[in-house]
Design a protein around this ligand. Structure first.
Ligand SMILES: [Zn+2]
Length: 239
């Protein structure tokens, strides 16, 4: 091998090493532009749930991303799932520590619920949640002000799978497909076994309809939400 060729090779190796993303744990996926293609954000609340491992396997197999609105108490009891969620490119959101209705507790308690969850998620996964989903989707101006203090917008949903109610695979699929539209944020739960069981077929159906399954942050990129904002804005909400 000539010296010239060898040094060219060396340069090529350096160039490959310096390619952004090459050194990170998860390979960077091609970015999806949700203004150009159909996108949906599946969101899973109250976890990491018991069946999160199986759900993560399914998401990985189908190259789908999701957002997990985590409860701090379960991040503490199931840290391996939370870690996997982060490593595998899903988004982690804050869903309080122990799921109280924020509109019925005082400001100090709300702050503590949010802070404890930020802390445990950061400690376990290295990631700091940037989105808040208040328990039960319940918020008022006080909750909004506190979310703003934490620099987070509040994310609700455009449609629910009603999985916790039906606990029936066929009903979950039917309801989810009924609310799945361009730009939808769908509420699901990874503690409902039937939800996790329905995912392989549900994801295939959505992808066959041309939907890209993306994180909430990817989906709402163009909304330019400010800390304390709520999205989608619920009926009767004034600020
Ligand atoms: Zn919840």
């Amino acid at each position: 091998m000539s010296r010239y060729f060898a040094s060219l090779l060396a340069i090529a190796v350096i160039a490959v090493t310096l390619t952004p993303g090459a050194a990170s744990a998860a390979p960077k996926e091609k970015e999806v532009d949700c203004t150009q293609v159909k996108c949906i954000a599946l969101t899973f609340d109250d976890g990491p749930g018991k069946y999160a491992g199986e759900l993560l396997d399914t998401l990985k197999k189908h190259n789908a991303k999701a957002t997990f609105f985590l409860e701090g108490q379960y991040v503490k009891s199931r840290p391996a799932f939370a870690k996997r969620m982060a490593v595998e490119g899903h988004e982690l959101g804050n869903h309080s520590y122990s799921h109280p209705n924020f509109t019925t507790i005082g400001p100090a308690a709300i702050r503590s619920e949010i802070q404890k969850t930020q802390d445990i998620v950061k400690q376990v996964t290295g990631v700091e949640p940037k989105l808040l989903r208040p328990p039960y989707g319940m918020a008022d101006l006080q909750v909004s002000d506190i979310a703003a203090e934490f620099g987070m917008p509040m994310i609700l949903w455009t449609g629910g799978s009603r999985d916790w109610e039906s606990k029936n695979e066929e009903a979950i699929k039917k309801q989810t497909l009924a609310v799945a539209k361009q730009g939808s944020i769908v509420l699901m739960h990874d503690w409902v076994k039937q939800t996790v069981d329905s995912m392989p077929s549900l994801i295939k159906t959505l992808q066959n309809k041309g939907y890209h399954l993306v994180t909430v942050s990817e989906l709402i990129k163009d909304q330019k939400l400010e800390p304390g904002d709520i999205f989608p804005v619920p009926e009767g909400w004034e600020k």
